[in-house]
Design a protein around this ligand. Structure first.
Ligand SMILES: Cc1cc2nc3c(=O)[nH]c(=O)nc-3n(C[C@H](O)[C@H](O)[C@H](O)COP(=O)(O)O)c2cc1C
Length: 191
């Protein structure tokens, strides 16, 4: 059983990564592995609205030069998908938006290939604007018929400097609970 998590922060060891790390720890305790992918180092570009994915229907985006297609296959093969982003001007990072638009569009062009994956979004935020970012990722999940798992609060952690989020006890408890719920759902779906 495996979850693939995409870190949309350019800070590889920042607060988003720490939230994903806490989630991964909780999942491992439940027998589910988590692979974290730091997308920013690959500079994924945005959708160019060519609609070739709808013509080709080969589970691929035609844009070359970043690993979006590999990430999409990783999502398809995983039991669960996590999208994690820092809050940037009350929304997701540009790289996370690129992933949402292209992966979401290609999935829908290919019989909704991400349908029924267990899914969760997590957000790091210094002060305000986390919920629009959280919503942006959940919108991608919902329109792709993915199964969003909830937790004790909306999945956000407070922190400005890298590592600050570790001091947000409620966020850490939220990640543990989220991990338990994701693992529970994955096991139920696997029968
Ligand atoms: C370009 C930019 C925009 C930001 N916008 C917001 C914002 O709207 N609200 C907020 O509370 N923090 C904002 N922040 C702070 C980050 O969300 C915060 O530092 C977060 O912990 C970063 O996560 P990371 O360590 O995973 O990169 C912004 C930071 C940057 C670099």
């Amino acid at each position: 059983m495996k979850v693939v998590a995409f870190n949309g922060s350019p800070r590889k060891d920042g607060n988003t990564a720490q939230l994903i790390g806490a989630l991964g720890e909780g999942l491992r305790a439940e027998g589910v592995s988590l692979e974290k992918i730091d997308i920013c180092e690959h500079r994924p570009r945005g959708c160019i609205a060519c609609n070739k994915c709808k013509e080709n229907r080969d589970e691929r985006c035609v844009i070359e030069g970043d690993p979006l297609n590999e990430w999409l296959q990783e999502m398809k093969e995983a039991d669960g998908v996590v999208l994690g982003s820092p809050t940037y001007f009350a929304n997701v990072s540009a790289e996370m938006k690129a992933l949402i638009d292209r992966a979401g569009y290609v999935s829908r062009a290919n019989d909704v290939m991400l349908r029924r994956k267990v899914a969760a979004a997590v957000v790091a935020v210094r002060r305000a604007g986390a919920l629009p970012a959280f919503d942006a990722m959940n919108h991608m999940f919902m329109i792709n018929q993915m199964l969003i798992v909830g937790s004790s609060y909306w999945n956000l952690g407070l922190g400005g400097r890298p590592g600050d989020v570790a001091g947000d006890d409620e966020a850490m408890a939220n990640m543990k609970n989220l991990a338990e719920n994701m693992a529970w759902a994955i096991k139920k779906l696997r029968g």
